[in-house]
Design a protein around this ligand. Structure first.
Ligand code: NG1
Length: 538
């Protein structure tokens, strides 16, 4: 799956057939608006999609594998580098950036010095996401071309259809497409998918969120028709995974809760706090279970020490001291870690900074410096037991889900039992997110229980949680019943606009990842393959 980001020659290279009509209109509108705003055509469009996570929630930043898939909704950046330099400050380049939703996201113009991109993460400003992609891309370009590299000026028009704060990863879609746009604008003929993903992961942290790597990987690497198994160690890898043919056929439904969860604003008590708790749990378990003086490896997780790092160190030392020649399976290691966590981290109401610092044999100041200074968190106590239990058990569920997919169902005439096993793992994830990791909310819990009653095999939150979206594994024949139940018991009670009603539930097919579309050599409307053109002329 590694290799360059594809250059699409037609929209049929990017979208599934059912989406082409709507997307062609949207793309043509974007290119026409670009011409109106900047008085010249765009040279290319950089595209990265949102994602839905099937299983593996809140474990990417502990470096355990996850199973997301890309969706149709995406971030598009139409770009031209033909910018008049007349009023650009000396030693600077110009970025003009506008959004098709200009009332909500006002246009900006920045003169940026060659040497540094300044991002004020304390201000919640939509263009920060572009700037963070810009910053990361320039770091990579400097590594390739030397420190004297002079970035090109760009004028940009953005169109994003991934709902912000909806758990479908609008931020990763925006940051990845921004970084891709900057690379192409600065003359890179090919952009390596792994390099783009890695830089997008690090870039997003510049906006104030201690992000894991799942979203950026799903956004960049996904292939149409497949989910994506993403692993983070020893290095970032992604591979497509297909679902076996089942009877009844399986459908993924994504349902919005319309509770907006803003990771940036709530980070200190939600997302960033969980990242800190997981790293503290890793350090604590290392201190109580490994020989004195054992150092955890510094890794690619946001705070450089992770539960996965502890996991590997613990079993490597165990094997070494027992002289074992054969490693235990990862499943049995995770089971053992669940049991050890329950025993060693026995304080259910959490641990104070003083208590943790004493076990780590460091001062509270040192603890704060190492774990809570990068991104501020607000907490009296850290729930190390619950967080580690969720992470180890969720990592185990991902492996069980994968092994079910690889096994294939035995009775192909009726796979109800097999479908139910897949669904059951999703339901267990939801229970753990709600009760142990505390990242659900009552609206998501309600959507899940309504869906299950109406026939869903498995229902859970997807993404960071605390609102946003839910994902449901539903037999094709029950999709209508589930949708009607939500309408009756949930959506009809909210005050929703027509647009919101339409976007509330989507049947999701796995979509493709990042792509570049060069407008240069195809003046006029965007190209759609003949076979998909139908009667409409685009
Ligand atoms: P959302 O907020 O849904 O895009 C976030 C993180 C992921 C992962 C999930 C929880 C970012 C950009 N994304 O997803 O890496 O940790 O929460 O599984 O921070």
């Amino acid at each position: 799956m590694a290799g360059p980001v594809p250059v699409a020659s037609s929209l049929s290279d990017i979208y599934t057939v059912d989406a082409i009509g709507t997307q062609a209109k949207r793309w043509n509108n974007l290119l026409a608006r670009f011409q109106t705003i900047y008085g010249q055509p765009a040279e290319f469009v950089a595209r990265s999609p949102g994602r839905v996570n099937i299983i593996g929630e809140h474990i990417d930043y502990s470096l355990y594998p996850v199973l997301p898939m890309a969706i149709t909704a995406d971030s598009l950046l139409a770009v031209s580098t033909n910018v008049a330099s007349t009023n650009t400050k000396e030693g600077h380049y110009k970025i003009k950036i506008a959004n098709v939703q200009d009332a909500k996201f006002p246009a900006h113009e920045f003169d940026i010095p060659y040497e540094a991109v300044d991002i004020d993460a304390t201000v919640h400003e939509w263009t920060n996401y572009f700037k963070s992609g810009l910053k990361g891309a320039l770091e990579l370009l400097r590594k390739k071309h030397g420190n004297d590299f002079e970035p090109k000026s760009m004028q940009i028009l953005m169109d994003g259809t991934v709902p912000a704060g909806g758990g479908l990863s609008s931020s990763a879609a925006f940051v990845s497409s921004s970084a891709l746009a900057v690379m192409v604008a600065n003359g890179e003929k090919t952009v390596d998918k792994t390099e783009l993903t890695e830089l997008a992961i690090v870039s997003e942290r510049a906006v104030g969120v201690n992000s894991g790597g799942m979203d950026q990987s799903a956004s960049v690497f996904s292939e149409r028709g497949s989910a994506l198994f993403v692993s983070f160690t020893p290095s970032l890898k992604a591979r497509p995974v297909s679902f076996p043919k089942t009877n009844p056929e399986l459908t993924f439904l994504i349902a919005q809760s319309f509770v907006t969860a803003d990771k940036f604003v709530t980070g200190p008590v939600h997302y960033n706090l969980r990242v800190v708790e997981c790293s503290l749990a890793a350090a604590y378990l290392n201190a109580v279970l490994n020989p004195p003086g054992t150092q955890l490896p510094s890794d690619a997780s946001p705070l450089s020490v992770s539960l996965h790092g502890f996991h590997e160190t613990y079993f490597a030392l165990q094997e070494h001291s027992s002289g074992a020649t054969k490693s235990k399976s990862t499943e049995s290691q995770l089971e053992e870690l669940v049991a050890l966590t329950a025993e060693k981290l026995d304080k259910r109401d959490g641990y104070t900074r003083e208590e943790i610092a004493a076990v780590l044999n460091i001062s509270v100041d040192e603890l704060n410096k190492k774990f809570t200074s990068r991104f501020p968190v607000r907490a009296e106590k850290f729930k190390l037991r619950q967080r580690a239990l969720h992470v180890f058990s969720e990592a185990l569920r991902v492996l069980k889900f994968m092994s079910l997919l690889e096994q294939q169902p035995t009775n192909t005439d009726d796979t109800s039992e097999y479908n139910a096993q897949l669904g059951d793992l999703l339901n267990q994830t939801q229970d753990s997110c709600r009760d142990v990791y505390e990242c659900s909310c009552k609206e998501i819990d309600e959507l899940c229980s309504i869906a299950r009653k109406a026939g869903s095999y498995g229902s859970r939150l997807t993404g960071a949680g605390w609102g946003g979206c839910s994902v449901h594994l539903v037999p094709a024949g029950k999709v209508k019943a589930v949708r009607e139940a939500w309408e009756r018991e949930y959506y009809s009670k909210l005050d929703l606009s027509e647009e919101q009603k339409e976007a509330a539930v989507v049947v999701s097919k796995p979509g493709s990842g990042s792509a570049v579309y060069l407008v240069d050599d195809k003046p006029g409307p965007v190209v759609v393959d003949d076979r998909d053109r139908g009667s409409e002329v685009y």
